[in-house]
Design a protein around this ligand. Sequence first.
Ligand SMILES: [Mg+2]
Length: 344
Amino acid sequence: MEIDHKIYRVELKHTFGISRSKNDWYDIVIIYINDGSIIGRGEAAPSVRYNESTERIISVLNKSIQLPEDCSDRQVIWDFVFPQLQGIRALEAGVSMALWDWWGQKLGKPIFELLNVDASRMPLTSFTISIGQLEEIGQKVEETEPYSILKVKLGTPGMDKEIIKEVRRHTDKLIRIDANEGWEKDSAFEMAKWLADQNVEFIEQPFPANDLNATAELKQRSPLQIYADENSLVANDINQIRHAFHGINIKLMKCGSLEEGKKMIDMARLYDLKIMLGCMVETSVGITAASHLAGEVDAADLDGNLLIENDPYSGVKIKDGRLVLPELYGSGLKLNPSFKELLY
Ligand SMILES: [Mg+2]
């Protein structure tokens, strides 16, 4: 058995703007677990917000990851490999996905079944409108035609209302707001009140993750529910933040494994928190792996692969705005033939 990897540049259809950054492309890393007959695939999409980079991931992978002597069991391999990943969550997530994909194919089961996730009712997914020029919004809204929920990135001082007004000139679909820590304390309550009249479902991460008090205060007064993203990375965070939020956003790239994602779902349920399953800008490798958890969440925001021009794989699909898992074992990925020179 071997662990292999390839760096891959994802090109975005539109510049991806959020409150703190702007990108036209990202370098992600595809991770392969190959036992000579079965190939498991995972993806690491590092985030600058969490001090991660492709370079750091590659430097760990190039030092070569050691495998245990007995490579017949997923858990044994994971326990052996995990300490070598140096706490880089995106890399952990990539290896976790690849191992689960390999293991599912080996056992002849889809990942959701191995994780005891009920996938009989898959959620609708939202489609993201990132921050850009106001004039582009009409075109972006047109592209969201297949999706019934939009996620609009805000957190641009002075511009947020203009953005929503412009979106509303083109559609009356339900909107989720993601401020990516970009709101000011003074104007947040007024903004939440205004948004409540704009067919908005909830607000994600209004304030910086270290300003939990302001968030708790807003939660008390806001007519809209508040979800944590930058404040909810792993299961251990939930107990400390649950007083300040109505719900959490779970991402594999933040929590580091499918098992940890499942643990977060179970813990959030226990505390009566709403659950969203989100993503970074990722190919179908990451998005499909995450979709195996989607049957148990309230809201899915798994559109990373739809925002890119050059998705090399296919896996989870969208039908009438809803996620549909492939009927295959493991994650259920297929390499799109035109990418055969680059990846496998
Ligand atoms: Mg977010």
